[in-house]
Structures are given as structure tokens and as C-alpha cells.
Ligand binder design. Structure first.
Ligand code: 13P
Length: 257
């Protein structure tokens, strides 16, 4: 089963229209060294339409960072998955830990958002991952397994879904999980994919992915790409992370970090 690599930028609440030169610069920096991978940029919603046209012109994908459950209606301030699609998105991140923790989003809500994404023709990027306390208590698999099962859209098929494993304690902290832990968690998630279609499921790793650790992470068998926060804000560092995906094609293997 070949799963196409996906390298995704989550800009979070960063970026103004004047920053969109990033997209052309990224293309120029990748040049001929562009790996065979989907490259997805998830800017803030205010930039999505403009970013999506630029992304299309440069062979990149664009995505949202969140969507509403409903398709339309009296939901002031919310954006439907259909609106994101209309603005040019192909993907939408749902259930990011910053929304689970900061906005009280439960897996029940995340599941409904993933279903809304699929209804609109978007690929949901469902984020799961344990806190440090949960890992220290030996509950990393139990917690992520529960999140995976409870966030999975009804009748969802693995090939239409992306899961991002983002251990909460590795996000924005400069700490990454060890390669052995990442490999074990990704293998666990693949085996636990609802419906048994794990072989077709793309599983991204996220949490302090940087140019200097990306090649080792992306070389792991069950890692199908990365969801990158801080290092995706500069074209130079994001290009370096993307270029590290070459390690997958060459089948390199790295010692644990
Ligand atoms: P950092 O790469 O800044 O740790 O963020 C990861 C993340 O949350 C991506 O969604």
C-alpha cells in the first residue's frame, strides 16, 4: 500500500496578507529538489481564499484550521466546511489540541466536524495525542486510542481521512518524542484505525518538527508526513522540512534520537 507523503503547515493565528509571498518563496526554495509529496498550507481563515489561489498556482494544497459542525445557519462567527471548500481548501484540521484544551472541544464534537468536512468534500486532518501527565502515567496509547475511536467520522473510510499524532507536550516546546516512541505510536494508531483500513490511513507526526529532526522522523515506516507549526512560518525552514521528506523515498533509516 503506497500512501502519498503529506507535509502540512499549520500557521495557527499567524499571518497577514503581506506574508503570502511565502508561497512563491517556498516554491522557489524547493526548486528541483521538490519531493513527491502533497504540500498543504493551512493559514488563518482570513487568508484562505488568497492563499488557496496562490497555492494552486504553485502546486500546493490549502486547508482550514477548524470548521463548524453545521453546513449553514445562525452560527455567528463560525465557518462551515463548505465555505472553506468554496475558498479553495482541500483539507481541514479538526480537533487540534489547542482547540480541545482552549475551547473545550470533545472527541464527540471533533467527530461531528470531521463528518461535516467529509460532507463538504474536504479531507479532515484529525488531531489526537496525549498530555505529558497521561504519557507519564503509561496511558499514551489508551488516550490516543480513545480519541481516535471517538473522533472518527461515522462511515469514514481510512483513505479519505488523515490523522495527525501530536503529543501535546511536544507542541511548541522544542521537545519531540523519541523516534522509538513515534514509531510505536504510529504503528498503534494504524492498527487501531476504525474499520480495519489502517493500511490506507495517512498518519502525520506533529510536535516541534524542525529542519534538524524532520529527516529522522519522516524516515519511519508508519510516519506518512508531518504537521508543522513554528517551523512552517518561514519559507526557509518549511522548505527544509519538506526536503527532508526525500528520506522516505530513499528509504533511509536513522538511529533513535
Ligand atoms: P509546533 O511545530 O510549533 O510544535 O506545532 C505543532 C502543531 O501544533 C501543528 O499542528
Amino acid at each position: 500500500m503506497t500512501r502519498r507523503t503529506l507535509i502540512a503547515a499549520n500557521w495557527k493565528m499567524h499571518g497577514l496578507r503581506g506574508d503570502l509571498g511565502f508561497i512563491g518563496e517556498l516554491d522557489a526554495r524547493l526548486g528541483a529538489a521538490r519531493p513527491d509529496a502533497g504540500i498543504l498550507i493551512c493559514p488563518p481563515a482570513t487568508l484562505l481564499a488568497e492563499a488557496a489561489s496562490a497555492c494552486a498556482a504553485h502546486g500546493f494544497l490549502a486547508g482550514g484550521q477548524d470548521c463548524a459542525v453545521a453546513d449553514s445557519g445562525a452560527f455567528t462567527g463560525d465557518l462551515s466546511a463548505g465555505m472553506l471548500r468554496d475558498a479553495g481548501a482541500s483539507h481541514v484540521i479538526v480537533g487540534h489540541s489547542e482547540r480541545r484544551a482552549g475551547h473545550g472541544e470533545t472527541s464527540v464534537l471533533v467527530k461531528a466536524k470531521a463528518e461535516a468536512a467529509l460532507r463538504a468534500g474536504l479531507t479532515p486532518v484529525i488531531c489526537i495525542g496525549e498530555t505529558l501527565a497521561e504519557r507519564d502515567a503509561g496511558r499514551a496509547e489508551a488516550v490516543t486510542g480513545e480519541q481516535l475511536a471517538a473522533s472518527w467520522p461515522a462511515r469514514g473510510v481510512a483513505k479519505d481521512i488523515v490523522v495527525a499524532y501530536e503529543p501535546v507536550w511536544a507542541i511548541g516546546t522544542g521537545r519531540t518524542a523519541s523516534l522509538a516512541d513515534i514509531a510505536a505510536m504510529h504503528a498503534f494508531i494504524r492498527a487501531a484505525a476504525p474499520g480495519g483500513g489502517g493500511a490506507a490511513l495517512r498518519i502525520l507526526y506533529g510536535g516541534s518538527v524542525k529542519p534538524d529532526n524532520a529527516a529522522g522522523i519522516l524516515a519511519l515506516d508508519d510516519v506518512d508526513g508531518a504537521l508543522v507549526g513554528g517551523a512552517s512560518l518561514q519559507a526557509a525552514s518549511f522548505a527544509a522540512v519538506i526536503s527532508a521528506a526525500q528520506s522516505r523515498r530513499h528509504g533511509l533509516r536513522f538511529a533513535d534520537n
